[in-house]
Design a protein around this ligand. Sequence first.
Ligand code: CP
Length: 311
Amino acid sequence: MHLIGLREMGREEMIGLLDAAEEYLDESGAVHTPPSRRQALAGKTLGLLFMEPSTRTRVSFELAARRLGGDTVLVTADGSSVEKGESAADTCRTLGAMGVDGFVVRHHDRQLPHVLGDRLNKPIINAGNGSGEHPTQGLLDALTLRRHFGLKSDLSGLKIAIMGDIVHSRVARSDAHAFSTLGAEVLLAGPRRLLPSNHNQGNWPASMTNSRKEALRWADAVIVLRIQQERIHGNVIEPHSYAMDWGIDTSVVERYMRPETVVMHPGPVIRGVELSDPVVSSERSLILKQVTNGVALRQAVLVSRFGEESQ
Ligand code: CP
């Protein structure tokens, strides 16, 4: 019923969701809703509980629900009774009493989706829990790679580097679990202080490097991450020196990357730090394809949790 993380999700379920998402992409790769699905969520109302900032995830869940004939209500921290001290669980209970059928939740607390999943008898979809997981991002990234490389089922044979602020990133966790479950090789690359410690390496289905050059030469695809300044306590990373050591601009591309290697980023991109303007808009960038595929993937997820087949 819930979608909380990809760590526990099996290969068959992942492939099933990727296959289902294909139904919402037309031959040109644009997102669309087939007529047979336009009432799939009729009569259902989804609560969007976004207690951290979001553009892509929030809007794409909203569009996905509406295009399936469903309704949404949005609650953010600003202007809701959360400001007066109401807990997220009580907010969900309150919306549930009004007839809301399930929740998409973004919150800084890593435990919250698990707590809500245990306490509420309604589907919970995790849209980002602090530095925990971001499962729909992991799935849409897998979908984007599968489509770009023309793979039919899983990601076997692909070499995928995830680069940047790994340790504070929920996207890195969900991506690593999705890609490795789907048979890809995963390499985490970043400065030592932004990689998992030796103690935590066992939690990651991936190898690691401190060399940008090694990662870029090795990879078929590079997932570039923003520095999560909001989750870094103490020494803040200096953007200029980070860009020099770990950023990807045209000269880095020319020196280290093969012509067929693609660049992805979950967004938001901080241009000039992790990626330069020309790289963001280059042929090898799949960033806007990720966004498009995100709506399709979220339509598939909503139908799996709220549609007739979920009953
Ligand atoms: N990728 C992602 O989660 O983006 P938003 O923070 O804009 O939702």
